[in-house]
Write a protein that binds this ligand. Structure first.
Ligand code: NAD
Length: 468
């Protein structure tokens, strides 16, 4: 069995207690994660705080070189981490699974390392000079979910470090092992205390809640559910902590009648079922014009039937199990309800263990829980529409606003419609595409702030306006 430790102040820390992580595909134990106490968190925050002045004062090119080296280190360790990621999370090694996730982590790390924060001169004339500086904030706390644990950790860590902050990260209790490995590998290349990780089962102590309250964590970046994000925001107000919150989504796709159903079926499928639907900006509601509704349903069923679902360690698997019992129960509840009120086209009932078949359901009432709630799993409602304005209104009739898409042979028209969607990212003829240089985040209850690109880097800074 592999040994996993926390990294605190440059040291490997086992913690006084530990908790077991099992493979969702088999139920077999993968390894133990250290179960952090509040003292462990204190030690991590203190280490980050004491490392901060030196790290922040490092010449920018040296900090950039260190961040670039982290991308290289992820590349060296990618396969080893991918193997553990598949075993703790369930996603396959292949397809859009663990190796893909490690590739994304490297791409984001490399791109983020290449960014810089030049001083902006706002005015320089005979009345005076005004400069805008972007300075690091201090200790940045990072709290991550279980769906893309390594990639999201990199989305938090790299911009924070690049801007000159020090980091304490806490991964999800479901998937701590790959993050412990990735941080262990990266922290070796950094001064002690610059990057720290504490893992927790959320039961021995609620480390996430303690981070939200901690006075020495000056900024928190959180990716997870809306309910937890709202709790964090309430707690963070007491210390006026800076926040970036990336929360849930209930993204709609709208398919216009001029589409070729066969040509778009693959894109629609992966827009919804990437990572078994356990993706914040996956398509979670599909609105299809009546003229091609039945043909789109048929093509999606035909495409879905070709996807091999199985143990992620099997090189042939393209989708795996649902990642944990909590999520499996949620998907099972929503699909059981949908099977009563709608027409199941494919799947519709749980398989063995945590495996759930790809499920497509049509003809649901508008208030069906599978449409209204975020399913975060392999089940997609397909909704018929005749009036485009009503479809746009239905797409926007959600507390969430992470992403949305419009599908049409007429790109210009689709673009105009996409601009009417109330969400942070909108796509034409695809869904869920993200890039390191394109800001990403949500409107409404999907969060606040943006990650990626220069705008994401800015979120890891305080502005100082200098009249000189
Ligand atoms: P979650 O909110 O249950 O947990 C997320 C993290 O918060 C975990 O590390 C957990 O330990 C921690 N946490 C739990 N209680 C806490 C508290 N009181 N204070 C602080 N932290 C606490 O979410 P999840 O189930 O891990 O993730 C699924 C959700 O994440 C979905 O809603 C999904 O849409 C969302 N998500 C959003 C994005 C995005 O970028 N917008 C990306 C991935 C996932």
């Amino acid at each position: 069995m592999l040994e996993f430790s926390m990294t605190v102040g440059g040291r490997k820390v086992a913690g006084q207690e530990r908790f077991a992580i099992t493979n969702p595909a088999t139920g077999v134990m993968v390894g133990y994660a250290p179960n952090a106490s509040l003292d462990d968190l204190e030690a991590a925050v203190a280490a980050a705080k004491s490392a901060f002045p030196t790290w922040a004062a490092l010449p920018d090119d040296q900090r950039q070189a260190a961040c670039t080296a982290l991308a290289g280190r992820l590349n060296e360790r990618a396969e080893a981490i991918a193997q553990v990621l598949t075993q703790e999370q369930g996603k396959p090694l292949n397809g859009l699974g663990s190796r893909f996730e490690m590739g994304g982590a490297q791409a984001w790390a490399g791109y983020t390392a290449s960014l810089s924060l030049p001083v902006k001169v706002l005015q320089d004339d005979n009345t005076g000079r005004i400069e805008l500086h972007r300075k690091p904030i201090g200790v940045v706390g990072s709290i991550t979910p279980w769906n893309w644990p390594v990639m999201i950790a990199i989305w938090h860590i790299l911009p924070a470090l690049r801007a000159g902050n020090c980091v304490v990260i806490k991964p999800s209790p479901y998937t701590p092992l790959s993050t412990l490995m990735a941080v262990d590998a990266m922290a070796e290349l950094l001064p002690a205390g610059v990057l720290n990780v504490v893992s927790s089962d959320d039961k021995l102590a609620n480390i996430g809640a303690a981070m939200a309250a901690h006075p020495d964590i000056r900024k928190l970046v959180f990716t997870g559910s809306c309910a937890t994000g709202e709790r964090i925001m309430a707690t963070a107000s007491q210390t006026m902590k800076r926040l970036t919150l990336e929360m849930g989504g209930n993204d709609a796709g709208i398919v216009l009648p001029d589409c070729d159903p066969k040509a778009i079926a693959e894109g629609l499928f992966w827009g919804a079922f990437i990572n078994n639907g356990q993706t914040c900006a996956a398509m979670k509601r599909l609105y299809v014009h009546d003229a091609i509704h039945d043909a789109v349903c048929d093509e999606m069923v035909a495409f879905a039937r070709k996807i091999p679902v199985g143990n992620g360690m099997d090189e042939a698997s393209i989708l795996g199990p649902i990642a944990n019992q909590m999520q499996f129960d949620k998907v099972s509840r929503l699909v059981a309800d949908a099977a009563q009120t709608g027409r199941v086209l494919l799947g519709g009932a749980p398989d063995e263990g945590l495996f759930f078949p790809i499920t497509l359901v049509a003809d649901l009432p508008d208030d069906a829980p599978l449409i209204v709630e975020e399913q975060f799993g392999p089940a997609l409602p397909i909704i018929r529409f005749t009036d485009l304005d009503q479809a746009i209104a239905a797409a926007n009739n959600s507390d969430n606003g992470l992403g949305g898409s419009v599908w049409s042979a007429d790109r210009a028209r689709a673009r105009d419609i996409a601009l009417q969607l109330d969400c942070g990212s909108a796509w034409v003829n695809r869904h869920g595409a993200i890039q390191p240089n394109a800001p990403f985040g949500g409107t409404k209850r999907s969060g606040m702030g943006r990650e990626f690109g220069e705008e994401g880097l800015f979120e890891m800074t305080e502005m100082q306006t200098l009249f000189c």
